[in-house]
Design a binder for this molecule. Structure first.
Ligand code: NDP
Length: 308
């Protein structure tokens, strides 16, 4: 039984150190030096090779190096292989930081003040109270729920939307397609924290933007594939949306001539909202190895039918 790490060399070294400290007996191999491919039972990676199963016929589990797994869904892994994602407090905390930063930036009109500064214009804008700014998060999973719990502390009226029913203190929860329009109608700042699946691809579309109130802001921390880029540009050009903060893009990095780079109503960050810290996440991985060995369900097991 061997555990293969396939990521950048710096991250591979950090993973090896963190995993070895917790599980000294684990036979860790760093790609491409994997030893006997028949002995490989576990793989941790962000970018899986397409020939995974022919390369490692005895694979039992694949660990995504992050919280998302959309890049694994086309692999058609057999049912005997568990696909597990990272669920880790450090990753969650980092996403909460980003979500709070982006929400407060829109709430406190940072993009407008940036423009005023560029024009050397010292001019206060009308500032609504947090209690008058309605925040809504698409996705009530590990990350969306943690972010809403924090945003609630600022006094924003908070809501979230998910597939199934959720109950979260201080958060109005909407579930399913039938409730999406009502959720959007009451949302001044919309944050996407959905996984990218066949059902959620393109969800940030003209229809969604039209259902938001005039002047709403959008923050996308999910995946670039959630956004219909032409629809976003049109909604910003018309002024229906005031600003978009995008941590992800359909192509990363976007091509040099992509309109996202220079649009005054877009703030772009290079997919940095959160990332996995091996020293923290290794605890989940080692715990999951023990669970798998004991025939228990690992934390973060992906339901491949749903795609998350
Ligand atoms: P979870 O799997 O914990 O939560 C996913 C949520 O999305 C659930 O609430 C689920 O609903 C909801 N959902 C999924 N499909 C639908 C649908 N069709 N309709 C309505 N709701 C749906 O994921 P996490 O919170 O851990 O992560 C969310 C995403 O954040 C990741 O998949 C990844 O894409 C992104 N991410 C981005 C990062 C960045 O740096 N930009 C870093 C880390 C993650 P239900 O609860 O009812 O099942």
């Amino acid at each position: 039984m061997s555990f293969v790490i396939r990521t950048s060399s710096a991250r591979s070294a950090a993973w090896r150190a963190a995993l070895s400290a917790l599980a000294p007996d684990l036979d860790i191999r760093i790609w491409p030096d994997v030893g006997d491919p028949d002995a490989v039972t576990h793989l941790l990676t962000w970018k899986p090779p397409s020939d995974l199963m022919t390369r490692f016929p005895n694979l039992r589990a694949v660990f995504s190096e992050g919280a998302g797994v959309d890049q694994f869904l086309s692999l058609d892994l057999p049912d005997s292989v568990s696909l597990v994602r990272i669920v880790d407090p450090a990753l969650t905390d980092m996403m909460v930081e980003y979500g709070v930063w982006a929400t407060l930036a829109l709430h406190r009109q940072a993009p407008a003040y940036r423009r005023l500064q560029a024009a050397h214009d010292w001019r206060p804008l009308t500032q609504p109270l947090a209690r008058d700014r309605r925040v809504g998060v698409l996705g009530l999973g590990v990350l969306g729920t943690a972010l809403l719990r924090r945003l609630h502390l600022f006094g924003f009226p908070c809501a979230g939307w998910s597939r199934g029913t959720h109950v979260i203190d201080g958060v109005t929860c909407f579930a399913g397609q039938d409730a999406l329009a009502a959720f959007l109608n009451r949302t001044d700042i919309l944050i996407c924290l959905l996984p990218l699946t066949d059902e959620t691809r393109g969800i940030l579309s003209a229809r969604t933007f039209a259902a938001l109130p005039q002047g709403a802001g959008v923050i996308n921390c999910g995946r670039g594939g959630h956004v219909v880029e032409a629809d976003l540009m049109a909604a910003l050009e018309s002024g229906h949306l005031s600003h978009a903060i995008l941590d992800v893009a359909g192509q990363e990095p976007p091509p040099a001539d992509h309109p996202f780079w220079d649009h005054p109503a877009i703030t772009l960050t290079p997919h940095v909202a959160s990332h996995t810290t091996p020293a923290s996440a290794a605890h989940q991985v080692v715990d999951n190895l023990r669970r798998l060995q004991a025939g228990q369900t690992p934390v973060g097991l992906v339901n491949r039918g749903r795609g998350y």
